[in-house]
Design a protein around this ligand. Structure first.
Ligand code: ZN
Ligand code: ZN
Length: 356
């Protein structure tokens, strides 16, 4: 944690800023270890201060013994103003993509003369490469998805609703240690599978339906993410064709990953397979994204992200084809980027369209 804070302090010095206010919970946890939902972390060049109210004092002292804990008696802006008396900072960086207008106005009011500056992405950039402890937590959460998938395949039958499948899957994984879900599960069957983000509905599964399952859980604060598409009985032949194509694209994406390549090159490797077969217009999202303390984080495997991949990054590879009104297929795995390739974290079978 201390070395992470030092890196932020170094950015402050480089940019000529005095301090940064960190409010996004993932960033606060990353730098401080504090896992409460409300608080503020003030990172100054020499020291950092964790500001929490009465409800979190004991927790903050326990989780962040390396930091000075400040009790918030009224509001966070008031606590920051008190710290200013002591630290005398003149510039304050903050996360413009997280802070809300009310808080910003209050901060400016309480800190007359202090210049507030955007400092987006400083911590998100650091978070991209995971250390050993982080990788262990992520691997554990991902392994839970493989177990969940294996279990739920035995529970998909005609007449069972998407919502029932979602609940059953969540319950299975939570009973075994998952602390929550990374996002509302996507369980989309039959024609609904053409909705890339079709949350589980009351629709009942019918014989011949294709079923897209996209799910993730949190363990030790870290997220996981995997998709599989299966069929109940014989699916329409078109879906089988699309499945093989999406699989080919996904394998091309996975094969393109190694340290030194750009995120956009991985996207291109997967996308060009789908485009070459004339389905480019039906693959309207990026090929993948980073996973960590947030389920969607940097880098983005998209045509617009030229981040150079580094060993220790965790990304998903999830091309899909969605035919409106007919159905869709997505296959998603999460991997760790390595020097000469990547290591799969999700290992559930996918080699051909499974009929259950
Ligand atoms: Zn997913
Ligand atoms: Zn994903």
């Amino acid at each position: 944690m201390k070395s992470r804070l030092k890196k932020v302090a170094r950015v402050l010095i480089e940019k000529g800023h005095d301090a940064m206010l960190v409010l996004r919970p993932e960033n606060m946890y990353y730098l401080s270890g504090f896992s409460g939902s409300t608080g503020a972390l003030l990172v100054a060049r020499a020291n950092s201060y964790l500001c929490v109210d009465f409800r979190y004092i004991e927790q903050a002292q326990r989780e962040s013994p390396h930091l000075e804990i400040v009790l918030v008696k009224e509001t966070i802006p008031a606590a920051i103003a008190e710290l200013r008396e002591k630290l005398r900072f003149n510039t304050l960086g903050f996360e413009t993509d997280y802070i809300n207008c009310k808080l910003l106005f209050n901060l400016r009011e309480k800190l007359p003369g202090v210049e507030t500056l955007p400092m987006d992405g400083v911590i998100e950039e650091q978070r991209q490469v995971k250390d050993r402890t982080e990788l262990a937590a992520i691997a554990q959460a991902m392994a839970m998805l493989d177990r969940g998938y294996d279990y739920i395949c035995g529970h998909i039958k005609p007449g069972v609703s998407e919502r029932d499948i979602s609940l059953e899957l969540e319950m299975f994984m939570r009973r075994r240690g998952a602390s929550g879900t990374s996002f509302p599960f996507i369980i989309a069957s039959g024609p609904r599978s053409s909705l890339p983000h079709g949350e589980a509905s009351a629709k009942k599964i019918r014989q011949g339906d294709i079923i897209m399952l996209d799910f993730g859980v949190v363990m030790n604060h870290y997220n996981s993410d995997m998709s599989r598409t299966i069929a109940l009985g014989k699916p329409p032949p078109e879906m089988r064709k699309i499945y093989d194509l999406v699989l080919e694209a996904q394998l091309a994406g996975l094969n393109a990953i190694k340290e030194g390549v750009t995120a956009s090159a991985v996207d291109k490797a997967a996308r060009s397979v789908i485009e070459a077969h004339g389905y480019g217009d039906y693959f309207g999202h990026g090929t993948g994204h980073g996973v960590g303390l947030a389920v969607h984080e940097r880098p983005r495997l998209s045509p617009r992200d030229d981040t150079v991949l580094k060993a220790g990054m965790v990304v998903t590879v999830e091309p899909g084809i969605y035919l409106p009104g007919r159905g869709g297929v997505r296959i998603e795995d999460s991997v760790v980027v390595e020097k000469y390739g990547c290591r799969l974290l999700t290992k559930a079978p996918k080699n051909s369209l499974v009929e259950i």
